[in-house]
Write a protein that binds this ligand. Structure first.
Ligand SMILES: C[S@@+](CC[C@H](N)C(=O)[O-])C[C@H]1O[C@@H](n2cnc3c(N)ncnc32)[C@H](O)[C@@H]1O
Length: 198
């Protein structure tokens, strides 16, 4: 998974998000998948937090959580807790001692591939969830967000999120965006938020 900078830039946004977190996650870490979908990111996180780590995954669709559970190899099952709830309510579903100890939170916005395309992430709940995710992060924690603007409401969601992220103080947060200038305007892109200090 580690790759040279140019190789990193040439990858799709979903792979870039994993490449970033490959270098961030340590055995024993706590990580959150805020949008489980078909479980690719949950499985990735579970692999990287090791046997002593834990992953908590959220999705509003039971179908997505079933798909995620099925994707996990037996060896990773015990290190993953799946919650059928909106990521905007994640705080209510996490043990209190997790606050300030989370190393990574992944968001992969939009709809469930192969599922109901009307069940999408929404501007207000996404911003609320990102806000909570930042509060949960521990030292050197990172939030990745893969943003899709090709579906109805996607661009509005992206604008809401970027407007919020621009308000984060630069002394505490680094916010980077990786997108491609000469592709279709709706190509998915990656936002990476890193905690600079605590
Ligand atoms: C693009 S998919 C995620 C793909 C996934 N990360 C993977 O690796 O397969 C987006 C998912 O977000 C979920 N979703 C939509 N609104 C949500 C919300 N408010 N809270 C949590 N999940 C939500 C959808 O049900 C869908 O499964």
């Amino acid at each position: 998974m580690p790759c040279a900078p140019v190789e990193f830039l040439l990858q799709p946004a979903t792979r870039q998000a994993q490449a970033v977190l490959h270098d961030v996650l340590l055995p024993g870490d706590i990580a959150i998948d805020a949008t489980c979908g078909n479980g690719h990111d949950t499985a990735f996180l579970a692999e990287h937090v090791g046997a002593d780590g834990h992953v908590i995954g959220f999705d509003i669709q039971r179908e997505a959580l079933t798909s995620t559970r099925k994707r996990l190899p037996d060896a990773l099952q015990d290190r993953v807790t799946l919650v059928e709830a909106s990521h905007a309510e994640m705080l209510e579903h996490l043990p209190p001692d997790v606050a300030g100890r989370v190393r990574a939170v992944m968001f992969n916005l939009g709809y469930l591939p192969g599922g109901d395309k009307t069940l999408i992430t929404r501007p207000d709940t996404s911003v609320a969830a990102i806000h909570t995710a930042l509060e949960l992060l521990g030292p050197n924690g990172v939030v990745t967000i893969v943003v899709y603007t090709g579906h109805e409401g996607g661009r509005e969601e992206a604008e809401h999120i970027e407007t919020f992220l621009k308000t984060l103080p630069k002394s505490s947060w680094d916010v980077r965006v990786t997108y491609t200038l000469n592709r279709e305007v709706d190509a998915p892109y990656l936002i990476v938020i890193s905690r600079m200090s605590r």
